[in-house]
Write a protein that binds this ligand. Structure first.
Ligand code: NAD
Length: 420
């Protein structure tokens, strides 16, 4: 790996995964270099006025990983630990995810180094608008299309769409996806990532011949993705026995009342002081015995220290990069856990973002039933492709999924050639 400005633990982890896929594909060195490194990035300084009148300055980023297969696509993260290396890793994962799903996009990601829980709604609006304002020269409906990620949500997207549209002088809904339906968002987009996680989990349970009503699930992270995954699994008959967020975890072997937890979190902005289960730490939660473990928060929460302690049969990676490379090797060596890799498991989000972009460009809107039916079809197609690739390359699901994405991008780059 070269010494680049993206140098960080998360970027190194994404590069390590890429190398495993590139090795198994026997990609030549020059193709690797061309396929791996992000095409371009922008770093911005974001001054905003706090509610008390003081001016505070935040740092923001956007990384576009490759421009070979269409516009770039990826979320915007608001989190206190965001840095350019993490954003680049997330952009790279978006590339493989889009290619695996067959979407006409390269990967991108954005972020602002801020703890959103410390800002008021009015301050969050000013920060979101300022971020989009600074990004205007770098994005576009056929250049780079943003979406929500950790710490951002449909409201953030509405503010960003409004800011961009005001500059243009007309409404441009296709500049971001994950908007509320009232301003051009797709029905089902808010639920799509969690729905896709639940759908992939159901398929893995079918493969393992485990009836849904005999399965248990543990979910780490109870934001957009984790809460919807828990809700859909609960609806399918799976017993959700533990959930958590940044404030801690809750365990109830009789089954968590998922709907009550969602309502509580919506009212209180977190699960803090919730009384729907026995409190436990996030570390304890990861080691609970269950059928399905769903990390749906940050990257690298499963590491060499806890991979040996996991007691799940299926690891459904709802978050991006939740398993670091040491843990991955340990899990592969154990051989008793089926991994649904992030680039497949959470791809429902970007797939429905693609549907939203199509609907905005055509000004024609689909029903929720149409959205979910098309989503399931695309997820099943990706899943079958990963299974076939696993057999062809005699490898694990993660390397197979990444290798599919990597080889599609490398092939497109080869066909387009080098300019000049
Ligand atoms: P979110 O901001 O809605 O929710 C994040 C949740 O994680 C919150 O409940 C938060 O309290 C919890 N959390 C944060 N730090 C934690 C910690 N240290 N331990 C335990 N819990 C913690 O974010 P989201 O949109 O649900 O995204 C979650 C993950 O899913 C991220 O990895 C994101 O990149 C990935 N993802 C999101 C989407 C999407 O459509 N939103 C799509 C694909 C992947």
């Amino acid at each position: 790996m070269r010494d680049t400005l993206y140098k960080s633990d998360v970027f190194a982890m994404a590069c390590g995964q890429f190398e495993q896929a590139a090795d198994i594909l026997e990609l030549p060195q020059d193709v690797r270099e061309r396929t791996l490194y992000p095409k371009r990035c922008l770093a911005v300084t974001l001054p905003i006025r706090r509610d008390n009148g003081a001016v505070e300055v935040f740092e923001g980023f956007r990384v576009q990983h490759h421009l070979t297969m269409g516009p770039t696509k990826g979320g915007v993260r608001f989190h206190q630990d965001v840095n350019i290396g993490e954003v680049a890793a997330l952009a790279m994962w978006m590339t493989w995810k889009c290619a695996l799903a067959g979407l006409p996009y390269g990967g991108a990601k954005g972020g602002v180094t801020v703890d959103p829980s410390k800002l008021s709604p009015a301050e969050l609006e000013r920060l979101s608008r300022r971020y989009m304002t600074e990004m205007i020269p770098f994005v576009g409906t056929h250049v780079d299309v943003m979406a929500p990620d950790m710490g951002t949500n449909p409201q953030t997207m509405a503010w960003m769409m409004d800011t961009y549209s005001i500059q243009l002088g007309h409404s441009e809904p296709a500049i971001v996806t994950g908007k509320p339906p009232e301003v051009g968002g797709s029905l089902g987009r808010k639920e799509a990532t969690g729905y896709g996680v639940a759908h992939c989990t159901r398929r893995a349970l079918e493969d393992a011949s485990i009836p849904l009503n005999q399965a248990t699930a543990v979910v780490q992270g109870f934001g957009n993705v984790g809460s919807h995954a828990a809700l859909y699994l609960h609806q399918m008959g799976v017993k959700v026995i533990a959930i958590s967020d940044v404030t801690g975890g809750w365990h109830n072997p009789a089954g968590i009342d998922v709907r009550a937890a969602v309502d509580y979190a919506a009212r209180n902005r977190s699960l803090k002081n919730w009384n729907g289960g026995d409190p436990m730490s996030n570390d304890e939660l990861l080691a609970l015995e269950c059928t399905v473990l769903i990390p749906a928060a940050l990257e690298r929460v499963i590491n060499a220290g806890n991979a040996g302690k996991l007691r799940c049969k299926i690891l459904a990676e709802a978050a991006n990069g939740p398993t670091n490379n040491d843990a991955d090797a340990l899990i592969n060596a154990r051989g008793d856990i089926t991994v649904i890799p992030d680039v497949l498991c959470n791809s429902g989000g970007v797939i429905v973002s693609y549907f939203e972009w199509l609907q905005n460009l055509q000004n024609a809107y689909w029903t929720e039933r149409e959205v979910f039916a098309k989503l399931e079809g695309m997820l099943d197609k990706s899943r079958m492709a990963v299974l076939a690739q696993q057999k062809r390359l005699r490898t694990n699901p993660r390397t197979a999924a990444l290798a599919l994405g990597v080889e599609r991008v490398a092939a497109a780059k080869k066909l387009r050639g080098l300019f000049p």
